[in-house]
Write a protein that binds this ligand. Structure first.
Ligand code: FA5
Length: 345
């Protein structure tokens, strides 16, 4: 075989290999120039053809031309294939999405735990026949203290240090919801069954279980022959419903509040255990309510005859109840505006 023929064969194999290896338009162009360019391998073959005899020229010339056209055609086909692959890749990229990408969600407001919890408590009292009452946070000294049997020099005032309004004499931010007892009894003669949630203020240092602004719920019932038995049955039913525990029990200890006589503190069995846990500090009991039978002086201050009527009242801290029910460990969270905290309710 003529050496040029051999060279053509080798070039064909080399071309196939290089074409196959080209993965971009630039690499393909380099292959094309190397084989079909002005100083490429095929031009070199044509130059060598000139040195051959006529017969050889007639035999090999068409082979070279055939190979050149085949190479050109294959280069064009490969170019078209590469363009198509690139377009497909771009299209795929557009369709691809990042599963780890953060999709911002619009923030939706929810009810504050205060509102939700007060609604729950109101629903329980309404189901027991109570009406819901309200009173102003800015109260008179009379309603907050005097009418509740706490005169100006009474030591109980020390525990209710509060914020006074400097320009208006005898006005203060109420220290408890008990003044709503006075407002309700003055507005309506017995029988009277009232529950009243509301914000209260005390000049106290703040920690995980104390706020200077917190909420209380007052419950009061006045009628003829109201006794301690009514108080205990009502408190127990309320707590059983609030904590959704039918077997919740209560116990009563003596307690002092100037506006009730006798005064008691009511504890409930721990809603979370039967043998003692960290919530009840291993005692099985949790202190929940201040309560008692309404003092005759308070009834008199509201023009209700204590010889005909009697009543009970109890009060409790709303945050402390919610903390217990939902396992919240810091009262400051209620006013923190922390979305992370609020979103849980
Ligand atoms: C009273 O305020 C009485 N008015 C309750 C009452 C009503 C007694 C009717 C008798 C008859 P006391 O000061 O204990 O009581 O407060 C009642 C509840 O408020 C407490 O048991 C506690 O849960 C909550 N509380 C008191 N101080 C704070 C505070 N600084 N931060 C958060 N909660 C508090």
């Amino acid at each position: 075989m003529n050496s040029l023929q051999e060279q053509i064969r080798t070039l064909k194999t080399q071309f196939d290999h290089d074409l196959n290896a080209a993965t971009s338009a630039q690499e393909l162009e380099a292959v094309r120039v190397a084989f079909l360019g002005r100083s490429g391998h095929m031009t070199h073959c044509m130059t060598q053809l000139k040195t051959l005899s006529l017969e050889e020229k007639q035999a090999i010339g068409p082979l070279i031309n055939e190979l050149k056209s085949m190479m050109a055609e294959q280069c064009d086909q490969k170019k078209a294939a590469l363009i198509l692959a690139l377009a497909e890749q771009a299209n795929l990229k557009k369709k691809q999405f990042d599963v780890t990408a953060y999709l911002p969600q619009p923030y939706r407001g929810t009810k504050h735990i205060y509102s939700t919890f007060i609604e729950q408590i109101e629903t329980i009292f309404i189901s027991m026949g109570y009406t819901i009452a309200d009173g102003p946070e800015l109260e008179t000294d009379y309603n907050n203290f005097e009418a509740l049997n706490i005169p100006a020099d009474h030591p109980a005032r020390d525990m209710h240090d509060t914020f006074w309004i400097s320009d208006v004499p005898n006005m203060l931010l109420r220290t408890h919801t008990s003044p709503i007892q006075i407002r309700s009894m003055k507005a309506q003669q017995p029988p009277l069954a009232v529950a009243a949630p509301g914000r209260v203020y005390r000049n106290e240092s703040v920690d995980a279980s104390h706020g200077f602004l917190f909420a209380q719920i007052e419950c009061m019932f006045v009628d003829k022959n109201v006794s301690m038995a009514h108080l205990l049955a009502t408190a127990k039913t309320f707590l059983q419903q609030l904590f959704e525990k039918k077997d919740l029990e209560i116990r009563v200890r003596p307690g002092y509040f100037p506006f009730v006589e006798p005064g008691v503190e009511i504890d409930a069995t721990c809603p979370f255990c039967t043998t003692g846990c960290s919530t009840c500090k291993k005692t099985r009991w949790i202190e929940l309510l201040g309560a008692g039978l309404i003092h005759p002086n308070v009834l008199k201050a509201c023009s209700i005859d204590p010889n005909i009527y009697s009543g009970f009242a109890f009060g409790m801290g709303l945050e402390r109840l919610a903390m217990l029910k939902y396992g919240i460990n810091d009262i400051r969270l209620f006013h923190s505006s922390s979305i992370h905290f609020l979103n849980q309710f």
